[in-house]
Design a protein around this ligand. Structure first.
Ligand code: ADQ
Length: 489
């Protein structure tokens, strides 16, 4: 009997079809018990919509349903396409998701890449599952990608895919983009599988990072852990290939947002009205401060609450005339550290309101829930000061969304130096999230700034966010992927 599996797997790639394949941990759909399958909300989906408007693509990812679920209800079959997107499902069991996503990706890579804020946990069995799941993704792409297509692999869950895919399909142009920070060599070197990760990424033709610092970190590492790699010049690496040396672009491609969508939403009369209502609901304060984050220990939610609480206790901000709204989106609730950060934040909020609140008024309004975009934008429109204070963040889109929503050029953005966004948004009020006293005085300076100077500052920030929007980001990355290093030299 002829062995069937290899024949199928190595069978000829499809000759025609969309020339772009997106590979991400999740498919851009989610299952709702009542509505069935629907387009999933979220950053990558909305970023990619900018690309999708003009073309058909194949999107390879996991559907969110476990392939070994025992009841049919828990194992719904996703559709073959949504709009212009052909869906390529990678079936994963519960154990695979636990080892790959919750385990190695979020227990080891996420904390390590964010500077070791919480100690990364390394389990050999989880890395084995990470490798196995990366193989499944590479296999799914190899089967579906048309000859010579461009493949764009996203993020830290899939760092081994580029090399695995190149081994199976050398005809493809492979790009990889890392949405989170990339750590310096001193930190990365602790990873027991550092060489495998570096070699996995070096399978790509373009390796994109959020910042120049991150790209430099990787260039330094590549030479150290993949010894045949040379840095040709800043932004270009060379590795040995089957037909002679192969050049890889390794550079910063800072992600943007769909800026005009936020501005359009902010201009709508119903959103403006809702913003007024929000201010009224929190007691028409003189100062409204806002934080919006996934409830993640990297986002510096605790330090921000501490800074605001101290300002209220010191009397530098009047507790009767100040309100602080913190929206914290539920996230990764199966990972232990996330249960801990939730307890920590809720303790801080409870304590501050206990010390400062009166019957019927609390200075801190805390919401642990997702929100529709119009409500989020109404909050951006309502807030005088946006507090974005991560300990470490690849980019941070919230900072850009707030700025885009300030259609009258007023408002102030307080931004951590340790976000990728700070590299582009130097007009923001930059803070060191480890320096609470500094953060407090920066918030006060932002509030004390003259109106004309604040307007100029916001206008400059807005010009940057509109010029470097998500369409520009996607085009720049895809151009580098199509044209190769010629333009970089
Ligand atoms: P995240 O860590 O998720 O992204 P961020 O860039 O701030 O962080 O994006 C969060 C997104 O979720 C924003 O678009 C925001 O509007 C939305 N959001 C937040 N709270 C919400 C709520 N309660 N309801 C609805 N939506 C909410 C990762 C990296 C970042 C990088 C992005 C993109 O960690 O550094 O900027 O990818 O590359």
């Amino acid at each position: 009997m002829r062995p069937e599996a290899p024949a199928r797997r190595r069978g000829r790639p499809p000759r025609s079809g969309p020339d772009l394949v997106i590979v991400a941990n999740r498919l851009p759909i989610e299952h709702d018990a009542e509505e069935g399958w629907r387009r999933a909300p979220g950053g990558l989906v909305s970023a990619m919509e900018a690309v999708l408007r003009e073309r058909e693509v194949i999107w390879v990812g996991w559907s969110g349903a476990f392939s070994d679920a025992t009841s049919e209800k828990d194992r719904p079959e996703p559709p073959a396409r949504v709009g212009p997107i052909q869906l390529g499902r990678v079936p994963l069991t519960r154990a695979q998701v636990e080892g790959h996503y919750e385990g190695f990706s979020n227990g080891a890579l996420w904390p390590l890449y964010h500077g070791g804020i919480v100690p990364p946990v390394y389990h050999r069995s989880q890395f084995d599952t990470y490798r196995q799941v990366n193989e499944l993704f590479a296999g799914a792409v190899a089967e579906r990608a048309p000859m010579g297509a461009r493949v764009w692999v996203h993020d830290y869950q899939l760092q081994l895919v580029p090399a695995m895919l190149r081994a199976r399909r050398p005809d493809l142009r492979i790009g990889f983009f890392l949405h989170i920070p990339f750590p310096p060599v001193e930190l990365f070197a602790q990873l027991p599988w550092r060489r495998q990760i570096v070699e996995g990424l070096l399978g790509a033709d373009v390796i994109g990072f959020q910042t120049h610092d991150a790209a430099m970190n990787f260039q330094r590492l590549a030479g150290r852990f993949a010894t045949e790699t040379t840095v040709v010049t800043d932004g270009l690496l060379e590795v040995p290939g089957e037909d002679g040396p192969r050049t890889i672009i390794c550079d910063a491609f800072p992600i943007g947002i769909r800026a005009s969508d936020y501005a359009d939403l902010a201009a709508k009369p119903e959103v403006q009205a809702r913003a007024k209502q929000i201010r009224a609901d929190v007691g028409d304060p003189d100062v409204l401060l806002l934080g919006v984050d996934r409830l993640d220990y990297t986002k510096g939610i605790g330090v921000r609450i501490q800074a605001v609480t101290e300002l209220l206790l010191d009397g530098r901000l009047d507790p009767e005339r100040t309100a602080f709204i913190q929206v914290a989106t539920p996230t990764r609730e199966n990972v232990e550290e996330y249960q801990r950060i939730r307890d920590e934040v809720e303790l801080l909020v409870g304590r501050a309101n206990g010390d400062l609140g009166k019957v019927g008024t609390n200075p801190i309004h805390y919401m642990h829930q997702p929100m529709p975009p119009a409500e989020l934008v109404a909050l951006y429109v309502a807030a005088d000061v946006m507090l974005v204070t991560p300990i470490r963040d690849g980019m941070n889109l919230v900072a850009k969304e707030y700025v885009a929503a300030r259609i009258n050029n007023d408002g102030a953005l307080v931004l951590s130096e340790f976000t990728g966004a700070a590299e582009q948004m130097s007009e923001a009020w930059l803070v060191n999230p480890y320096d609470i006293a500094g953060m407090k005085s920066t918030i006060m300076s932002a509030l004390a700034e003259s109106r004309s100077s604040a307007l100029t500052r916001m206008a400059r920030l807005r010009a940057g966010v509109f010029a470097e929007d998500v369409t520009a980001w996607a085009e720049e990355f895809l151009t580098a992927l199509s044209e190769g290093p010629e333009n970089e030299l």
